[in-house]
Design a protein around this ligand. Structure first.
Ligand SMILES: C[S@@+](CC[C@H](N)C(=O)[O-])C[C@H]1O[C@@H](n2cnc3c(N)ncnc32)[C@H](O)[C@@H]1O
Length: 196
C-alpha cells in the first residue's frame, strides 16, 4: 500500500541535513547521469539535498528545474542555493499535486530525478506522463523510493505505471531503498511496444 500523504515541510530540514550523507552521498548517486550543460528536472526536491549538488554538476551552462507542492520547501531550497552561489542555475516552481505546469519544458530535459516523492503523489501514471513529456528521447530518470514507506510490490506497480507513460526500466542502480533507472522510449518503440 502506498500513502499519498505529503511529507511535512519541517521534515525537509532533516532530509537536507548533512547527517543524511552518512547514508546517501548525493553527488555519488547522481554524478553518473550528469554532465556540464545538462538540463535537469527534479519533482519533489524538498529543501535541495540533491538539487544543490546537481546544480554544481551541470555547471554554469546547465539548469535545474525544481518543482514542489510546498512553498516552504522551495523557499528554503532557494535560500540554500543562493548561499552556495548557485541560485542562477536553479529555477523553482510551485506546482499543484495533480498538475505540474511544465509545458514550456517539453522534450528539453536531459535527466530527471524522482527521489522519495512518487508515493506522495495521488496519480502516479499522470505524474510520470507529465515528467515524460519534458524529456528528450533517450533521457534517463533515476527513480528511487524509500523501502520503509513503499513495499516491493508497490514499487513494481509504480515502475509499471512509468512504463505506461513511455518510460522503460533499463537498470536497477545500487541506491539505498528501491531504485530503477528509467529511459524515455522513442515514439515508435512506445507505439509498437518494442524495446531496443
Ligand atoms: C520525502 S520528500 C523528498 C525530498 C527530496 N526528494 C529528498 O530526497 O530529499 C518529498 C517531497 O516531494 C514533494 N511532493 C509531494 N507531492 C508532490 C507532487 N505531486 N509534485 C511535486 N512535489 C511533490 C513534497 O513537498 C516533498 O518536498
Amino acid at each position: 500500500m502506498t500513502a499519498h500523504k505529503v511529507c511535512p515541510w519541517w521534515l525537509g530540514y532533516f532530509l537536507a541535513s548533512p547527517l543524511r550523507r552518512l547514508l546517501q552521498n548525493p553527488e555519488k548517486i547522481i554524478a553518473p547521469y550528469l554532465q556540464p550543460g545538462m538540463r535537469v528536472l527534479e519533482p519533489g526536491p524538498g529543501m535541495g539535498f540533491f538539487t544543490i549538488p546537481a546544480a554544481r554538476l551541470v555547471g554554469d551552462k546547465g539548469r535545474v528545474f525544481a518543482v514542489d507542492v510546498q512553498p516552504k520547501m522551495l523557499r528554503e531550497l532557494q535560500h540554500r542555493a543562493e548561499k552556495a552561489g548557485l541560485g542562477s542555475r536553479i529555477e523553482t516552481r510551485l506546482v499543484e499535486s495533480e498538475s505540474m505546469p511544465l509545458a514550456d519544458l517539453a522534450a528539453s530535459i536531459d535527466f530527471a530525478l524522482v527521489f522519495a516523492v512518487a508515493h506522495e503523489v495521488p496519480d502516479v501514471l499522470n505524474f510520470f506522463k507529465q515528467i515524460s513529456a519534458t524529456l528528450k528521447p533517450g533521457a534517463n530518470i533515476l527513480f528511487v523510493e524509500p523501502a520503509g514507506h513503499v513495499s516491493e510490490n508497490a514499487f513494481s506497480e509504480e515502475v509499471a505505471a512509468a512504463g505506461n507513460a513511455g518510460l522503460r526500466h533499463v537498470a536497477s542502480p545500487d541506491v539505498r531503498g528501491h531504485s530503477a533507472l528509467l529511459q524515455k522510449m522513442v515514439r515508435e518503440e512506445f507505439a509498437t511496444g518494442k524495446s531496443r
